[in-house]
Design a protein around this ligand. Structure first.
Ligand SMILES: NC(=O)C1=CN([C@@H]2O[C@H](COP(=O)(O)OP(=O)(O)OC[C@H]3O[C@@H](n4cnc5c(N)ncnc54)[C@H](O)[C@@H]3O)[C@@H](O)[C@H]2O)C=CC1
Ligand SMILES: N[C@@H](CC=O)C(=O)O
Ligand code: NA
Length: 438
């Protein structure tokens, strides 16, 4: 049998994902070599603290605090430190020294992707990041390769495991937000700073990557309209449940034409009501799922574990083997194309439905006045439900109104809500959430 060549792998970071990647590289070395056509030798692991406790038992001699020397001497570099610096500089150094890079760092890609893609092109190396979006789910490669002969029109997905876990726990067990978040952190789903998860920034970074690959145009974080789940209350979840909906944090990227006839892409992240029978409503715990609509393929759905050390390591290893195979064959291949030039549209151009909860005075004519305001703004009502409450002490009656609208422009919906707030019969607007799938 011919001797296989050896490719040197440098690993940066040994946390939730990095430790699992190191374990698989060592335990499955023979199988990986057979699939790659080269031996993938783990040359070193850059860490901050040589003596830190790790999830996995790894040979101590692999650890180093000198990440720079490690990347300069590698054929393949895996960046799993997270954050912007020093990850950015180390990736650039690795590529300038001829190494292909695999990363899961969506925050860095969303902030400074173009610099990294340009450097990869210039250096003739591959930059792969399947782990950065929806963890283990193969989603970027299908968009980039399998669908490269089609035109994607819409991407809709649950791409953050932590927030899906929290919303699911609140929906199914009545858990408090803080307890559900602590459990997600314990299970290794949450980012080092969970603000990125609960405020929607992590999903927004993934939405920017999905939109860029789907529409062949570079979209940055600032092109994404972003709303997290911190304002979603237990009352919102209970009201949604009673009306037959579930609340999910969705990332949406879709091609639209705005009121001026300009075609662009609306990229957004926000809590969304979905009918309980919608396929995305069945995505539980930290699982992720992404729907893609393409002109010729029609509807496609990708489902699996979107977070956690071991599942995410699977995506990293897939990228590593693919990059190593290309080295063996000679040539980096093409990692992304930016041939399109579609603008990012503001949130006002989005077309969606709204769920609106109102606390109103129980007087004759109130419903008619509210319905008239909706009609004046060109927003049609699909469902209107009223529940009467009587305060036992004061004996005063008030009414709780729940309205679901038909699809309309976001700008018209927002203007309707503002006008409703000004009506003297409105005590308060208790919730405003977007609805998909009706
Ligand atoms: N945990 C998950 O489910 C997923 C994580 N990711 C991404 O993968 C990357 C890694 O995530 P985790 O493993 O969860 O993070 P983590 O926080 O568990 O691990 C990062 C490790 O890198 C080390 N590190 C940070 N700066 C360093 C430096 N300057 N030099 C040496 N070591 C350094 C930290 O000490 C830590 O051990 C992040 O970019 C994250 O966004 C992507 C998909 C899923
Ligand atoms: N914090 C992220 C990890 C994966 O990207 C999540 O919860 O989905
Ligand atoms: Na993925």
């Amino acid at each position: 049998m011919t001797e296989l060549r050896t490719l040197k792998v440098a690993l940066l970071g040994c946390g939730n994902v990095g430790a699992q990647v190191a374990r698989i590289l060592i335990d499955d070395a023979d199988a990986l070599a057979a699939r790659t056509g080269a031996r993938l030798e783990l040359g070193g692991i850059a860490v901050r603290n040589l003596d830190a406790e790790r999830d996995v038992d790894l040979p101590q001699e692999l650890f180093t605090t000198d990440a720079e020397t490690l990347v300069k001497d590698a054929d393949l570099v895996i960046e799993l430190m997270g954050g912007i610096e020093p990850a950015r500089t180390l990736i650039l150094t690795a590529m300038r020294h001829g190494a292909c890079v695999v990363t899961g760092n969506k925050a860095l890609l969303a902030q400074d992707g173009p610099t990294l893609y340009e450097e990869a092109d210039k250096a003739g190396v591959q930059l792969s990041y399947e782990a950065a979006v929806a963890g283990a789910i193969p989603i970027l490669r299908p968009i980039r390769d399998s669908l490269s002969g089609d035109r994607i029109t819409r991407v809709l997905g649950i791409v953050n495991g932590t927030t899906n876990f929290i919303l699911d726990q609140m929906d199914s067990t009545g858990a408090q937000f803080a307890d559900a978040l602590a459990e997600a952190q314990r299970l290794g789903y949450a980012e080092a700073d969970p603000t990125a998860d609960v405020e929607g920034y992590d999903a927004a970074a993934k939405a920017a990557i999905l939109a860029s690959l789907s529409f062949h145009t570079r979209f940055a974080l600032e092109d994404v309209s972003c709303e997290g789940i911190t304002a979603v209350s237990a009352a919102d979840i209970a009201a949604a449940k009673e009306a037959g909906f579930v609340i999910k944090l969705l990332a949406i990227a879709e091609k639209l034409t705005d009121e001026d006839g300009r075609t662009g892409v609306s990229v957004r992240v926000h809590p969304t009501l979905l009918p309980r029978e919608h396929p995305l409503a069945a995505v539980r715990g930290a699982f992720n799922a992404v729907f893609i609509e393409a002109e010729n393929a029609g509807e496609l759905m990708f489902y699996g574990q979107g977070a956690g050390g071991t599942p995410t390591a699977s995506a990293v290893l897939g990228d590593l083997v693919s990059a190593a195979r290309r080295i063996v064959l000679g040539g980096p291949g093409r990692t992304e194309t930016t041939t399109g030039h579609v603008p990012a549209l503001p949130i006002d151009a989005a077309i969606t439905s709204y769920y609106i909860g109102l606390d109103v005075a129980d007087q004759p004519g109130v419903l008619a006045r509210i319905a008239q305001l909706f009609a004046e703004h060109g927003v049609s009502i699909e469902i209107m439900r009223q529940t009467i409450h009587r305060d036992a002490d004061s004996n005063v009656e008030s009414a709780e109104l729940r309205i679901v609208t038909h699809r309309a422009r976001e700008a018209a919906l927002a203007a309707t809500v503002e006008a409703v707030k000004r009506l003297d019969v409105i005590n308060s607007v208790t919730s405003v959430l977007r609805v998909e799938g009706v």
